[in-house]
Ligand binder design. Sequence first.
Ligand code: VAH
Length: 311
Amino acid sequence: RILVLGASGQIGTELTQKLRELYGNQQVIASDIKEGTSEMMASGPFEILDATDKASILQVILKYKINQVYLLAAMLSATAEKFPQKAWDLNMNSLLAVLDLAKEKYIQQVYWPSSIAVFGPTTPKQNTPQKTIMEPSTVYGISKLSGEFWCNYYHQKFGVDVRSLRYPGIISWKTKPGGGTTDYAVDIYFKALEEKKFTCFLSENTRLPMMYMQDAVNATIQLMQAKSSEIKIRTSYNLAAIDFTPKEIADVIKKHIPDFTIEYAPDSRQQIADSWPSSIDDSEARNDWNWKHQFDLSSMTVEMLKNLEKK
Ligand code: VAH
């Protein structure tokens, strides 16, 4: 069985649903410190669980005979700048707890997400390669880069089968934005429909790597289903799909909502965004386990607006 830690979050919600579709509702245990969407709560088992509490995680592992853990609990970039110590404790202690449980053979496989936030202002910004200068300037990025090295260490030293992807900004409609710098690109769709206007906290030409949620979920499952011998990178794989600026996404939304207007009011999140790449080279993922994305900016926009209108 599978345990999802952080199942009430943006990615956890959709990963839980996809895993339940693939493996059966009773095979996937969702958990978080707070309940999630009514759809997720209704579709299978749920446990209130603190992802940093190793003993409690072990109890759930034994109770449900878990053999695979997806650890999606984390504090994202903007919030982590406000609460650095809490962010470090949550992001690192949850990972070390799960890696130890794998080392102690209570579970057989671990998924843990990294992020483009591991790159910093000195990293080449265009088509950022898998191996390059990495000097993250955010607490979130520091925790993700450290986590990558812990994953690689537990794999090399103890044979732990932990796998990881450096997610770009992820766009989805099922949950509200959760404290990320890229979350302007989620909120813009909600606001375009609700108010036909949006005030963007990044400047109009801030180009960032992005991905529609369905692509991110598919990549995650594809990585976890790959043969161990195909996984050449045990820190974390670059993963890419599209990249766009606030102006570009606003222009695509205007094609559907002609009287939509956007204004720009950059705030403290601008310097977080400015420290990250504009586009990512993910050729290792495409070569090692046959990754390819499906959604571009226009098809993502159709999906987002269609689903939000129904919501
Ligand atoms: C954030 N959505 O903005 C996350 C992600 C690359 C961005 O790590 O913090």
